[in-house]
Design a protein around this ligand. Sequence first.
Ligand code: FE2
Length: 298
Amino acid sequence: MPVSITAIRHGFAGDVTGIDCAKPLSPAVVADIEAGMDQYAVLVFRDQPLTDEEQLRFTLHFGVIEKGGSGVGRIHFRTDLEARSLGGGIGDFSNIDGSGKPLSPASRAYMFKLADRLWHSDSSFKAVPAKYSLLSGRAIPSWGGATEFADMRAAYDALDERTKREVEDLVCRHSNMYSREKIGFNDLSDAERIAFKPVRQRLVRRHPVTGRKSLFLSSHAGVIEGMSVPDARMFLHDLTEFATQERFVYSHTWRLNDLVVWDNRTTMHRGRRFDPSEARDVRQTRLAGDGITIEQAE
Ligand SMILES: [Fe+2]
């Protein structure tokens, strides 16, 4: 069956058919998917029941797993009791604890994860930010829990010329601390504060294949170099509000066994509310990016 990609929105997000993600892919199919990612930035593969091993194998067709595991990793925000044991390279983005129950809203892991509901780009707090994230829906709550994506290329293109000139050479600092701070979560250990040392990122970046410019926004951004913090935060807030207007957004309503892949270099995303007493088992693999967006200080 040939690979077919149908646009979900105009030029943003594609629905892929004709692929069994559990099977090894031919180089031609890998190239089709990469071309689809470059065009649509988000791809949806329906009806793909995957084991962790199959998800990992599919992911590795497109790059190398990000060092330090997917996301911030269990060590930073889940205590032993709050952590499930999943295989290497698989990020636990579920709300399920070590005993198989939904995390209590009073738990630290629950509160830490809440900031994923702010618009962000995965691993923008790392000097080399992520390429693709791949999220597999293994258990889906009965209400809510959508993942929304915003097209940062279209948002950049739609900026007025004066704003484009203003943002062109700006450099932000990103940290997990800034995103947690925004929801009032300041309960970080000294070790976490060291691990979350801010990194520098360009505010405008260029896609390495298509050459298209995009806004590199993320809730992890908390500082713009050369600006006061309030001025920077207001500007980032305004840009984020602009870039996440409905016309730039695709909202993904999850079905069991969906696999959704997005390019963090050209999109932001956020999770949406769901009933915390229901299990939401979503597992993520994350690919390392191709390089820094700008030199780090020191
Ligand atoms: Fe994320």
